[in-house]
Design a protein around this ligand. Sequence first.
Ligand code: FES
Length: 410
Amino acid sequence: METTMTMTMASLKPKPMRPKSPYLPHSLNSRRIFKSLSLPKPSVGAPTLVDQFDPTIPIERAVTPPSSWYTDPSFYAQELDSVFYRGWQAVGYTEQIKNPGDFFTGRLGNVEFVVCRDEHGKLQAFHNVCRHHASILAYGSGRKSCFVCPYHAWTYGLDGALLKATRITGIQNFNKHEFGLTPVKVATWGPFVLANMEPEVDSDVEIVESEWLGSSSDVLSTNGVDTSLSYVCRREYTIECNWKVFCDNYLDGGYHVPYAHKGLASGLNLDGYSTTVYEKVSIQKCEGGSTERKNDYDRLGSKALYAFIYPNFMINRYGPWMDTNLVIPLGPRKCQVIFDYFLEASVKDDRDYIERSLKESEKVQMEDVMLCEGVQRGLESPAYNIGRYAPTVENAMHHFHCLLHESIRK
Ligand code: FES
């Protein structure tokens, strides 16, 4: 098994404004106070939750992070602040904003955002909050020539400029040029759209690639993660577990597959499993799939690549398929996982094949949902605090926990 460990982290500049933490009192949630407040520090001598995991201990002797990482509201707030409101985050795919006027909306923590392509073809992203009285401006996805607030009809261009403020006769000291939508940094890599909640980051394409993928970008782009695939569909799952439980499940190096996904295991050669760890990415590969094919039907192909991009994005490339999993935290014990499916052109019109593949994939997802919800309940039990790693297979999970520790420690 090939395992490399390159721990050069892309350094992110400290930024003055971060989104509001939902767990801070409302009065403390101003931009000015947030900057200086930071999150609660422990009393001297008490180990912080984050330091209850020691990333310097080798995996063979390490214990896993304590269950409080998966249950504690203050730790969850720290994660939003230190993990999700910093750095580049996958938020969608380029086909969603292919044409001028196309848009989609999303939410990460308490950040509501809208991504769109303006009439000049430029990719734009904004906080999806009306500057009048804070209504959410756009919902879902689709195509628009402007954003009209559903509350009092203030209207914004696709470049974020305030075009019309209704019934403001008599208003003083008001400059509509100062009331455009608040921008969010946006970029693309391959078929993916990325956003960064920090206001002053550089969105130069090479910098984004380096910060998001590091030295794994070549491996991904030469293993079929590209824009040539056709978009098929989306499936969403709301799971009663901390977002990291789903990530951990993904990162166990195929450990659970023969026991919990017997159907999937029959199509994979788990002896050919390898994990390679990059700066913020880990790639699991499974080569030499089963030669047993049911009626010439083959969803998985002879090799599969499973890439985890810290903190919450997964790219799965197998056979003619690519699916992506975006794990969105919804609270300390709840997350949503969005699956987007893409397919090679040669089979994109084969409805039977597509339906059969999606049904098989759904079965695996439902098995994982059950596993993850079971783990969350166990994590909340007084009987459990820490566990151990299986060193030969769970190194990507250990790497994930080390990255979390580093993010929160920063
Ligand atoms: S809140 Fe948007 S127009 Fe009033």
